[in-house]
Design a protein around this ligand. Structure first.
Ligand code: AHR
Length: 492
C-alpha cells in the first residue's frame, strides 16, 4: 500500500490556536496547579508556579480558556477583584462543594497569560449572570477611557486596559449553563453579545455556545438564528471508554478498552464533518470558526480522590488520543480554528500533574511538544493508505497522519500507529519535494505497556526518543512505525 504526499498542494493553514488549553476552577487545576499564592514555598512569580509556566511556554500554549466550563456560568467576576483578603468566599457547587476563595480572578488570569505568552479566552456567564455583568466585565478588561469599570480597574492596580480577543457568551447552555433549548439560547446569545462591546482598538471575537457532541439540531438552530452575530461557535466532545456511570480506569485497563477509547476518539472526525456541513448551509464562505473548546479523555477518578475533582492519570493511550485528535483538527483546519484540551493541569486529560511542589509531564504533554511544529504551518495534501486495525469484531484505521510545511520550509509528518500489537510500515511517495538533499529526522513516543505513564517518583518513564526506523531514496519514504506509537518526522 502506498501513500502520497503532494508537498506542492496546500490544503489550508493550521491555526496555532488548535493547540489551545482550558483551565477551570475545578479540583486542583487553578488552585495548586497554577496558583499557589505569593507566600508559598513553591517557587512562584506573583503567586503563579514557575515550573508550570516554564513547561507551558515550552509547548507554546497559544491560547488559554478560563474560568470554565460549568464554573463559568456560576462565576461572578466582581467576586474575584480587589484585595484578596476581602474577596468573597463561596462554594464551588459544581465541582466538589469546596470553598472557592476567589484569590485567582481576572488580574491573576491576565498575569498568567502574560507569563505564558498566550492569548486569553474568557468565558462569560449567561446561565446565572446578567447582561450588565457581562458587559461590565468587557468594559473592565478592555476600556481605556473614563468609565466606572475603567476606574475600578485602576483602583485595583491596573491602569492600562488589557487586550482581549476571545470572549465566550455562555458555556454548555444546553446543560450546566442553564438547561436551555437552542431557540431560547439563540435569542439570549443575540441579546448578550450586543453588549459585548469593542472599545478602542480592541476587537472581540464573539463565541457562541455550540452543541454537545452529536446534537446536530442545536448547531442547526444556532446557525439559523444567530450566525450573523457570531465569529465562532463551540463544540464539546469527550472520549469516554465506558459509560458515564462507569467510564473505566485511566490505567490498568484492558486491550479492549484501549481499542474502544481510540475508536471513540476517532468519532471526532465524523462530528466535525457533520457539524461543518450544517455550518456550510448557513455560512458557505466559512466566515465562522468551529472551536472545539473542550475535548479529551474522561475516565473514572483516581481511587481515593474527590470525585468532584476529576483527577486522572494519563498514559500512552492518552498520547494516542491526543495525536490522532490533533491530526483530525489539522485535516479540518479550514473550519476548526481553535481547540482547547480539557484540562491543562490535574483535571481530565491533563498535560501536567502536580502534587505539592512535585510536577510530572504527561504523555499528552509530550505529544503537544512534538506536534508544536505544526502551529501556524500550511497543511499539505497527504493521502495516507494504511491497513486496518481489527480487533473485537471491529475495525479502525491502523495509522492516522497529517503533514505540514512551516515558515522555514521544513515539512513535518505526524503519524499515529493505533495498533497495540503490530508495527506498521508506511510507504510515502514524496511528490513536489526536491529529493536531491533530503534529510529526515524523527522522534517517537511509545512504550511496551499500554498504560505507561509518568509519576512523581518516575517522571520520565515515558518520554519521546529519537527515531530512525525509516529509509528514503528521495522519492519514497518508508517508515516502520512501532506498535502503539506517536511519531513526528522532519524533512528538510
Ligand atoms: O471539563 C469539565 C466539564 O465538562 C466542564 O466544566 C463542562 O463544560 C463540561 O461538561
Amino acid at each position: 500500500m502506498s501513500s502520497v504526499l503532494n508537498a506542492d498542494t496546500i490544503k489550508g493553514k493550521i491555526n496555532k490556536n488548535i493547540y489551545g488549553h482550558f483551565s477551570e476552577h475545578l479540583g486542583r487545576c487553578i488552585y495548586e496547579g497554577i496558583w499557589v499564592g505569593e507566600d508559598s514555598p513553591i517557587p512562584n512569580t506573583n503567586g503563579i508556579r514557575n515550573d508550570v509556566v516554564e513547561a507551558l511556554k515550552q509547548i507554546r500554549v497559544p491560547v488559554l480558556r478560563w474560568p470554565g466550563g460549568c464554573f463559568a456560568d456560576e462565576y461572578h467576576w466582581k467576586d474575584g477583584i480587589g484585595p484578596r483578603e476581602n474577596r468573597k468566599r463561596m462554594i464551588n457547587t459544581h465541582w466538589g462543594g469546596v470553598v472557592e476563595n476567589n484569590h485567582f480572578g481576572t488580574h491573576e488570569f491576565m498575569e498568567l497569560c502574560a507569563q505564558i505568552g498566550c492569548e486569553p479566552y474568557i468565558n462569560g456567564n449567561v446561565g446565572s449572570g446578567t447582561v450588565q455583568e457581562m458587559s461590565e466585565w468587557v468594559e473592565y478588561l478592555t476600556f481605556g477611557g473614563v468609565s466606572p469599570m475603567a476606574e475600578l480597574r485602576e483602583e485595583n492596580g491596573r491602569e492600562q486596559p488589557w487586550s482581549v480577543t476571545y470572549f465566550g457568551v455562555g458555556n454548555e447552555n444546553w446543560g450546566c449553563g442553564g438547561n436551555m433549548r437552542p431557540e431560547y439560547y439563540a435569542d439570549l446569545y443575540r441579546q448578550y453579545q450586543t453588549y459585548v462591546r469593542n472599545y478602542g482598538d480592541n476587537r472581540i471575537h464573539r463565541i457562541a455556545c455550540g452543541p454537545n457532541s452529536d446534537d446536530y439540531n442545536w448547531m442547526d438552530v444556532l446557525m439559523r438564528e444567530a450566525a450573523r452575530y457570531m465569529d465562532s461557535i463551540t463544540l464539546h466532545y469527550y472520549t469516554v471508554p465506558g459509560t458515564w456511570g462507569n467510564k473505566g480506569p485511566a490505567t490498568g485497563f484492558s486491550r479492549e478498552e484501549w481499542f474502544t477509547t481510540l475508536e471513540k476518539a476517532l468519532f471526532m472526525d465524523e462530528l466535525i464533518t457533520k457539524h461543518s456541513t450544517i455550518m456550510d448551509k448557513y455560512d458557505p464562505d466559512q466566515r465562522i470558526g468551529l472551536i472545539v473548546d473542550e475535548w479529551g479523555t474522561w475516565y473514572d477518578v483516581e481511587p481515593g480522590t474527590n470525585p468532584g475533582f476529576l483527577y486522572q492519570q494519563n498514559s500512552l493511550r492518552d498520547a494516542l488520543v491526543a495525536g490522532l485528535t490533533l491530526n483530525i483538527f489539522h485535516k479540518h483546519c479550514n473550519r476548526v480554528r481553535m481547540a482547547n484540551i480539557a484540562q491543562t493541569i490535574n483535571v481530565l486529560q491533563a498535560v501536567i500533574l502536580t502534587e505539592g511542589e512535585k510536577i510530572a509531564l504527561t504523555p499528552t504533554y509530550h505529544v503537544f511538544d512534538m506536534y508544536k511544529v505544526h502551529q501556524d504551518a500550511e497543511l499539505l495534501d497527504l493521502n495516507l493508505e494504511s491497513g486496518t486495525y481489527s480487533a473485537f469484531g471491529r475495525a479502525i484505521p491502523e495509522v492516522t497522519g497529517t503533514a505540514s510545511r512551516d515558515a522555514e520550509g521544513k515539512i513535518h509528518i505526524s503519524l499515529c500507529n493505533l495498533n497495540d500489537e503490530s508495527a506498521s510500515t508506511v510507504t510515502i511517495d514524496l511528490r513536489g519535494i526536491s529529493a536531491a538533499s533530503l534529510t529526515v529526522t524523527g522522534t517517537t513516543l511509545t512504550s511496551e505497556e499500554l498504560d505507561a505513564h509518568n509519576t512523581f517518583e518516575q517522571p520520565d518513564r515515558i518520554a519521546p526518543k529519537p527515531f530512525d526506523a525509516f529509509k528514503t531514496d528521495g522519492t519514497h519514504l518508508v517508515v516502520e512505525l512501532p506498535s502503539k506509537s506517536v511519531t513526528v518526522l522532519e524533512l528538510v
